[in-house]
Structures are given as structure tokens and as C-alpha cells.
Design a protein around this ligand. Structure first.
Ligand code: BGP
Length: 482
């Protein structure tokens, strides 16, 4: 749409920034916490960039007061962070760990002291290893009850102070990387049948948690965060357009439809049935998914990039694709499913050093698609630029990050003008932190942290980057001064 005048961001807009427990906290074996699947996975040779771990990460567990103070000085309205399940239930179920609960009490209270709205992610991938050992974690239906028990413990403890809840972070990514690409725990390759069953368990965990929360706190705001990479057909050839429809059903609507409508896309399900990999439903599942969907308040969106879709003939590319985890431009490999689609590079867009397209308009496009299809409010729960940052005279001049964020916020403002109901915008990330597979060299933060891949490196000193001061202005002017 074109509007002569912008209505801008809503008055109570939540300007935020995000993190995840494993990526920032460190203190991996302190105060009763037991290992998560990530604590184990990072120790398998070859799994992470230069064998980096989150053992210490950026030590947010001990330095959270300093981090929250910096947020307050910046004027941040909301801080999105996740809770480590294995701090709360070190064995996944059974005995609750009071010291773990206390840590998040302290963090939440510290945020509230400065009027920063805590936005809590219940699950950002760090499953207690004990559940993997007990019954293979997400692969077993028992995970649903254990998850809901864990989530309900959080709702009861923090629900008086936390209004914004994100149940799952990027279900599509942790399942895809875990059971198809072998890049996340449990490191399985192309195990399609399990992959779709695991997803069904995750949907059930999400749905039952939504219902549990609404039972306790009907006014809470809840959703899950989807890693949405909107798709463009490469041409106006009908076969390319059709390939794009296939891709969207299988790669986007497969998740978002369940969150928003409580049902899987019909064609995707038919296709999975034909391959013999459709998930098994227990009695009552369909009704629970529907009921939960009617209570979801927003679609959480982690937006980084778009993709291009082209028809892929039966003798075409057959690959799950290959990520660039080194930062050497041009090393990513094309994904393709013969007879359906392939995902070539988009020649119209620049890319980051990790081959992610840079597409600010894609953010507006994503918001419009979600608004048209679901008519739900939207929380942008992640968006940001991973880059190599260089300290110069004790400062980080990250004009490239400012440009990236400015362009995305401009497009988000247009999405607001278009009538999309955007509740929040959280950048990824607040401080620099561990990138799961890319170590500490791929940096996202407003605040530089002095450390690199070597566990003994750096002072962990926090240094606000140029982008920190720029975002402060953006918040002060509610997005008018970019
Ligand atoms: C999202 C995750 C985040 C974060 C971000 C950046 O998928 O939710 O946890 O890691 O992507 O990704 P990366 O670290 O791979 O650059």
C-alpha cells in the first residue's frame, strides 16, 4: 500500500532486544544446574565452530545486573530472554531447583526495577540431557507432560510479573537441524518420520502450555516464535509459482497454521501421508490444537532473510542444502527437493558474510502475509545482523549494523501503516553472545563483549557499540528518528 503520511509506531510500542539462556548465561554447572543437550553436543568434535561452548558464554548469569543497567540506560522497553529448563528441573522432571527459580526471579525483578518489560521464552533449545537419556527427549510423547509441568512451574512462579510469554523458539529450526540436518542435538540426518513426529510433540507441548497459562492468567499474552523466511518465486512461470506454494505449505504454513488455526495445511499433510511420514495423533490432539490456537495472542516472528523458489525437475537438485558456518562468503549450498522446488541464491539481494540475504522489505512482506492469512498481532522476536566487529581505539563503529536495522525498522513502520498490528520489535541480540554453530566471531549485539572462541580469552568487558547509541535515539523518538 502507499500512504501519503505515516501513522508510525503505536504509542506503547515495545522496543526490545533478545537473548537465549545457553547463548549468554554461562555458569553451565552452577547452583544445581545439570547439563542440557547442548552442553553435551558442543563437546562432540566437529559440531561447533572451533569447538566453542556456552560453558562461560558471556557470563550473563553473574553479570546480569550490569547488562540490565545498560539496557535501562539505553531506554529499552522490553528484554526477551529464555529460561534454562535444566536450571529449574535439573533432571527435566521430578525435583525443582529453588536456586534456578531464584535466578530468574532476580533477573525479572531487575528488569522491572527499570520498567523493562520481561518477555520470557520458555524453551530456546536447551533440553535437559536427562530427558534425552530417559526417553530420547522430543521423540517420545512423554515429553509433552514434562514440558507442560516445567512451563506451568514458570507460569505459577513468574506469572504475577511476566505478561509476555513465548512458548517455543523456532520449532522449525531446532527440529530441522536436530532430525534432518544433523546440526543440532540429537544430530540425526534425514530422519523424516521422526522429524514430523517430534514436531507433533512440540505442537502439543506448545498447545497444552498455552491452555495452562490461560487457565492461570487469562490476561497473559502468549505465542510461539517462528523462524519465518518468506519465499519469492523466481519468475512468473506458473511452475515456479506452484513450487513456491509447495515450499510455503511445507516450510512455513506447516508451523504457523498449527499455531494460528490449530491444524496442519491440507496439501502438506496429504504429501506426508503419501511418503508414510505423517505424524501420529492421539485421541483429542486435534481438539487441543484448535482450542489452543483460539487462545494464541500473537505470532512471534524471527526474521532474518527471505528465499527464492524455483521449480526443480525430478532429475534436479536433491539436497537439504549446506549452511555457511565459517563466515566465508559464497560457501552455502543450494537446497532442493526433486519434483518440487529448489532454493537458488537471489541475485537481487546482497548477503551477509554467512550468505544470509539482506532484505528489509522482506520484513514488511512477512508481516503482510501473516496479517492477511491469520489476522493476528505480531511480535518481531528477533531481527539483526551477524557480522565481524573490530575494536578500534576501544570502540566499535558498526555503521553496517545501524544501516541494517534502520532499513528494517523503516519497513516495519510501513507494515504498521499497512494496518499490521505489530506489538514489539526485538533485535537479535542485546550483548554479543555465542552463535550456536558460528562461535563468538559472528556478532549481533549492541554491546560488545570482550571474548573470542578460546574459553580463557577476554575480560568479558562490556562496550556499547555505535549502534547502542543509535538505538537509544530510535527508542526515544518511537522510531521517528532513524
Ligand atoms: C535464531 C536463533 C537465535 C540466534 C539467531 C542467529 O535462529 O533463535 O538463537 O542464534 O538465529 O543465528 P546464528 O547464531 O546462527 O547466526
Amino acid at each position: 500500500m502507499y500512504f501519503k503520511e505515516s501513522t508510525g509506531f503505536p504509542k506503547d510500542f515495545l522496543w526490545g532486544s533478545a537473548s537465549a539462556a545457553y547463548q549468554v548465561e554461562g555458569a553451565w554447572a552452577e547452583d544445581g544446574k545439570k547439563p542440557s543437550v547442548w552442553d553435551k553436543f558442543v563437546r562432540i568434535p566437529g559440531k561447533t565452530f572451533k569447538a566453542t561452548t556456552g560453558d562461560k558464554a558471556v557470563d550473563h548469569y553473574h553479570m546480569y545486573k550490569e547488562d540490565v543497567r545498560l539496557m535501562a540506560e539505553m531506554g529499552l522497553k522490553t528484554y526477551r530472554f529464555s529460561i534454562a529448563w535444566s536450571r529449574i528441573y535439573p533432571d527435566g522432571n521430578g525435583q525443582v531447583n529453588e536456586k534456578g527459580l531464584q535466578f530468574y526471579d532476580d533477573l525479572i525483578n531487575e528488569c522491572l526495577k527499570y520498567n523493562i518489560v520481561p518477555m520470557v521464552t520458555v524453551y530456546h533449545w536447551d533440553l535437559p540431557q536427562a530427558l534425552e537419556d530417559q526417553y530420547h527427549g522430543w521423540e517420545d510423547r512423554r515429553i509433552v507432560d514434562d514440558f507442560v509441568n516445567y512451563a506451568t512451574t514458570l507460569f505459577k512462579r513468574y506469572g504475577d510479573r511476566v505478561k509476555h510469554w513465548i512458548i517455543l523458539n523456532e520449532q522449525n529450526v531446532f527440529t530441522g537441524h536436530g532430525w534432518m540436518l544433523a546440526k543440532h542435538p540429537p544430530g540425526k540426518f534425514k530422519d523424516m518420520k521422526t522429524y514430523y513426529q517430534v514436531n507433533h510433540h512440540a505442537f502439543m507441548a506448545h498447545a497444552k502450555s498455552v491452555l495452562a497459562l490461560k487457565e492461570l492468567y487469562p490476561d497473559a499474552l502468549v505465542g510461539s516464535s517462528f523462524a519465518y523466511g518468506p519465499a519469492y518465486a523466481v519468475s512468473d512461470k506458473p511452475e515456479d509459482q506452484m513450487a513456491c506454494v509447495d515450499y510455503e505449505d511445507l516450510k512455513s504454513y506447516y508451523w504457523m497454521d498449527v499455531y494460528a488455526y490449530g491444524r496442519y495445511p491440507r496439501s502438506a499433510m496429504k504429501y506426508l501421508e503419501s511418503l508414510g511420514v505423517a505424524p501420529h495423533f492421539e485421541e483429542g490432539d486435534a481438539e487441543i490444537l484448535k482450542e489452543a490456537a483460539s487462545k494464541v495472542d500473537f505470532m512471534g516472528v524471527n526474521y532474518y532473510k527471505t528465499c527464492s523458489i524455483e521449480y526443480n525437475p525430478l532429475d534436479g537438485v536433491d539436497s537439504l542444502g549446506g549452511e555457511n558456518n565459517t563466515g566465508k562468503k559464497g560457501t552455502a549450498e543450494m537446497e532442493g527437493v526433486p519434483g518440487m522446488y529448489k532454493v537458488p541464491a537471489n541475485k537481487n539481494l546482497p548477503t551477509t558474510d554467512w550468505d544470509w540475504t539482506i532484505d528489509p522489505m522482506g520484513l514488511r512482506f512477512a508481516c503482510r502475509k501473516i496479517t492477511s492469512r491469520y489476522d493476528l498481532p505480531i511480535v518481531i522476536s528477533e531481527n539483526g545482523l551477524g557480522a565481524f566487529d573490530k575494536l578500534e581505539d576501544g570502540k566499535i563503529h558498526d555503521s553496517y549494523r545501524i544501516e541494517y536495522l534502520r532499513n528494517h525498522i523503516e519497513e516495519l513502520k510501513k507494515a504498521c501503516d499497512d494496518g499490521c498490528r505489530i506489538l514489539a520489535y526485538c533485535t537479535w541480540s542485546y550483548t554479543d553472545l555465542l552463535s550456536w554453530l558460528n562461535g563468538y566471531q559472528k556478532r549481533y549485539g549492541f554491546v560488545y563483549v570482550d571474548r573470542d572462541e578460546d574459553e580463557n580469552s577476554g575480560t568479558l568487558k562490556r562496550i556499547p557499540k555505535d549502534s547502542y547509541y543509535w538505538y537509544k535515539k530510535v527508542i526515544e523518538t518511537n522510531g521517528e528518528e532513524l
